[in-house]
Ligand binder design. Structure first.
Ligand code: 13P
Length: 252
C-alpha cells in the first residue's frame, strides 16, 4: 500500500515568522491525520525555523530545490549536505518553474535525483507537459522522456524513496485543474514508464502525486483514484485552513 502524501510548495512566499505562524495554526487542524504524510516546502530562509517548529509534530519539512554537489564555487546555491545538516528530509526536484526560469533540464534533474538519494533526502521529482505539447498529442512522449532521463543510471534498489509529482504546466496557478480522468491517464503513463526503466516493483511502490490548481473542492475526486497517491499544492497551501481541508478531503 502506498501512503498518501500531501505536500505544500510555498514557492517564493512567507518569511520565517510567517512560516512558523502557519504551522502553529495548521498543526491542530490535521493532528488526527496520521494516515497521510504531510510535507511543507518553504523557501530556503524559512527552512531552519520550520524544521525546529515541526520537531514535535507529524509534519516533514523539505526544500524546493538543491544543487547536486556537496560544496563548491556555485554562488547562490544550496547543497544536499546543507539541507540534511539543518534537518530537512525532502526536496522538490525539477519543478516546472525551475525548468522554465532557471534552466533546469532533465539532465540536471537526474544529477539532483542521484544526489538526493545518496544523501537520504526523499526526492519529489516534478514532471509535466506544456499546453502546446498536450494539444499536439505529445503528452505521453514528454512524460516518458522526463521519467526515463530522470531515472537514468540509478540502481532500482536505490529508488524506494522516490516520489514523482505530475504537474501539467497548463494547470499550475491557472485554476484550470486536470480532470480526474486526464490526471489518472497521465499517472498511468508515468507508472508504466517507471516499470520499463526500473521494474514493476519500483513502479508499484512509487508514489505519484498530482499538482496543478489542487483545492479543497477537487482534492477528493483526484486523490480517490488508483494511481494518484497524493498532491503537490501551490496557492491553496499558503492558508492553513485551506491546506488542512485538502488533507482532510483527500482522505475521503
Ligand atoms: P498551484 O497549486 O498554485 O497551481 O501550484 C501547483 C504547483 O506548482 C505545486 O508545485
Amino acid at each position: 500500500m502506498r501512503k498518501l502524501l500531501i505536500a505544500a510548495n510555498w514557492k517564493m512566499y512567507k518569511t520565517p515568522a510567517e512560516s512558523t505562524a502557519f504551522l502553529t495554526a495548521f498543526a491542530p487542524l490535521v493532528k488526527h491525520h496520521d494516515k497521510t504524510e504531510i510535507v511543507l516546502c518553504p523557501s530556503m530562509t524559512s527552512l531552519p525555523a520550520l524544521v525546529d517548529a515541526a520537531r514535535s509534530k507529524s509534519v516533514s519539512i523539505g526544500a524546493q530545490n538543491m544543487h547536486w554537489l556537496n560544496e563548491g564555487a556555485y554562488t547562490g546555491e544550496t547543497s544536499p549536505t546543507m539541507l540534511t545538516a539543518i534537518g530537512a528530509t525532502h526536496v522538490l526536484i525539477g519543478h516546472s518553474e525551475r525548468r522554465q526560469y532557471f534552466n533546469e533540464t532533465d539532465t540536471t534533474v537526474n544529477l539532483k535525483l542521484k544526489s538526493a538519494l545518496a544523501h537520504s533526502l526523499t526526492p519529489i521529482v516534478c514532471v509535466g507537459e506544456h499546453l502546446n505539447e498536450r494539444e499536439s498529442n505529445l503528452t505521453a512522449n514528454v512524460l516518458k522522456l522526463q521519467v526515463s532521463v530522470a531515472l537514468e543510471g540509478i540502481d532500482p534498489a536505490a529508488l524506494a524513496p522516490l516520489v514523482i509529482a505530475y504537474e501539467p504546466v497548463w494547470a499550475i496557478g491557472t485554476g484550470r485543474t486536470a480532470t480526474p480522468e486526464i490526471a489518472e491517464e497521465a499517472h498511468k503513463i508515468i507508472r508504466t514508464q517507471i516499470a520499463q526503466v526500473a521494474g514493476s516493483s519500483v513502479a508499484a511502490a512509487t508514489r505519484i502525486l498530482y499538482g496543478g490548481s489542487v483545492k479543497p473542492d477537487n482534492a477528493t475526486a483526484l486523490c480517490r483514484l488508483d494511481d494518484i497517491d497524493g498532491a503537490l499544492v501551490g496557492g491553496a497551501s499558503l492558508d492553513p485552513a485551506s491546506f488542512a481541508q485538502i488533507i482532510i478531503n483527500a482522505t475521503h
